[in-house]
Write a protein that binds this ligand. Structure first.
Ligand SMILES: [Zn+2]
Length: 272
């Protein structure tokens, strides 16, 4: 029976993934993400229902636009599949099963799906544009506050643990609006700080600290590879590794999902 449930969750996951690719493409361009019909970014042809089925359209159309034959980036396909996989993995690790569906496990799962939505869109936009979108962060703040209220009222969680995060939110948002408005660099840093607080609320301090360590490791490897490439090419253009090219949000997002799934897997199988 669970196979059917997980298949449905996987399909929901790839539809969400399809929405992520759209949001990653449109939000930085300030385009509507809900009403506007999907179109091919190359020939601007509006896409039909058959072109919009996640994963399957990509496979049946042979990774090409039906109208202009422009190649579709594998990124779309990868994000859709990955999101389906993460949705199923989370459901499995959070003990979602047809036999024990209840508010106590379904509501947290829905909150985590929204959290994953935030991580995917934030990471994708950062990777493409090296930018942390404020609207995406505001979405995460609202979801995390709703999650805190849920934990407080229905799960009788210790609210004091979360008060400090709420205070941090307020401080960073104040800093962002009052003093640092004009400086793009500070804006990026503020965005990263918000992301770290959202992570701490949803995945806990232990996962968050390890996420940061994993991110630093990933960035070091990236810098090292850049240096090796620089030496090989000896081109002057890449003489300086620009710190403004490092997509911290993207690395944080990937590290966080990997470490979260790792910790959930450990706790599920080591306790049993
Ligand atoms: Zn096209």
């Amino acid at each position: 029976m669970d196979i059917i449930l997980y298949t449905i969750i996987f399909l929901i996951g790839i539809f969400f993934g399809s929405f992520y690719t759209l949001a990653i493409y449109r939000i930085p361009k300030r385009q509507d993400i809900i009403k506007k019909r999907s179109y091919c970014p190359n020939c601007n042809h509006a896409l039909g229902t058959l072109d919009l089925i996640p994963v399957f359209s990509y496979l049946f159309l042979g990774a090409k636009c039906r109208y202009c034959k422009q190649k579709i980036k594998p990124r779309y396909f990868i994000i859709e599949i990955l999101s389906g996989f993460v949705f199923v993995a989370l459901a499995y690790l959070m003990d979602i099963s047809v036999y024990n569906l209840s508010i106590q496990n379904v509501v947290p799962y829905i909150f985590f799906s929204l959290y994953i939505t935030f991580i995917f869109i934030m990471s994708g936009i950062d990777k493409e544009n090296r930018k942390i979108e404020k609207s995406v962060n505001m979405f995460a703040i609202i979801v995390s506050l709703a999650y805190i209220i849920y934990l407080w009222i229905l799960e009788n969680a210790n609210i004091y643990r979360y008060v400090i995060y709420i205070v941090c939110y307020i401080l960073i948002l104040l800093l962002d609006t009052i003093t640092l408005r004009k400086c793009a660099k500070n804006k990026y840093v503020n965005g990263i700080l918000i992301i770290i607080i959202v992570m701490a609320i949803f995945t806990g301090e232990y996962v968050t600290i390890n996420t940061i360590i994993l991110t630093l490791l990933a960035i070091s490897i990236y810098l090292l590879l850049q240096k090796i490439r620089m030496k090989r090419n000896k081109s002057k253009k890449t003489d300086k590794i620009l710190s403004k090219d490092i997509t911290i949000g993207y690395y944080l997002g990937i590290s966080n999902i990997i470490f979260l799934l790792f910790v959930l897997t450990c706790s599920k199988f080591l306790i049993l």
